[in-house]
Write a protein that binds this ligand. Structure first.
Ligand SMILES: [Fe+2]
Length: 211
């Protein structure tokens, strides 16, 4: 069974004016779609790996044939990360977390404002293409910035994804061009804190499984 492009959980224009419709269309229908096509193409000759949950596949890179290892890492990582990215955004939502996640952010970062400023500074200063994450590892929240489409499954971390922000230029260039800090600032308006809270509360580290 081949990996498939998940539908966006909202219309392409739903995140306007913060993330524009055209960017969302190209990002989802072209970029994410191309990662999946390349991933499926790489696995064509290797049926043993075709039915695996995407996170499981990324954690098994060592056992993949050498000729497809890098392609699966790049494109499988792209599929995993984008699937997660679409889920943790939504229009017209609360601008802050509440409940357990709010408490954990205050516990581990001092305050929500401090968390936002640490996350934003790291994202703004990250060099090149990559992603920035809010994770939970060993019962503690942390911010990580990783290059390309790397993620917790590729690094085999026993961690939970909570939030993720795409720092590739394709995520913001049409609207924000070189002004990455403006994109980051705008993105806070479309963070789906309810979904982030759900991800924070799951007990299974690998429960996120797009196909
Ligand atoms: Fe992207």
């Amino acid at each position: 069974m081949a990996y498939e492009l998940p539908d966006l959980p909202y219309p392409f224009g739903a995140l306007e004016p913060f993330i524009d419709e055209q960017t969302m269309k190209i990002h989802h229908d072209k970029h994410h779609s191309a990662y999946i096509d390349k991933l499926n193409g790489a696995l064509e000759k290797f049926p043993d790996f075709q039915g695996m949950e995407i996170g499981e596949l990324l954690s098994s890179l060592d056992s993949l044939p050498e000729e497809i290892k890098q392609t699966v890492r790049n494109n499988g990582g792209g599929h995993y990360n984008h699937g997660l990215f679409w889920e943790i955004m939504a229009p017209n939502l609360a601008k802050e977390p509440k409940g357990n996640l709010k408490k954990a952010i205050a516990r581990d970062f001092g305050s929500f404002e401090k968390f936002k400023s640490d996350f934003g500074a790291l994202a703004a200063n990250f060099f090149g293409s990559g992603w920035i994450w809010l994770l939970e590892e060993n019962g503690k929240l942390k911010i990580e910035a990783w290059p390309n489409h790397d993620n917790i499954r590729i690094y085999k971390l026993k961690a939970k994804d909570i939030l993720i922000l795409d720092l590739w230029e394709h995520a913001y260039y049409l609207k924000y061009q070189n002004r990455r800090p403006e994109y980051i600032e705008a993105w806070w308006n479309v963070v789906n804190w309810e979904e982030a809270e759900k991800k924070f509360l799951i007990s299974n580290f690998s429960s996120f499984a797009p196909r």
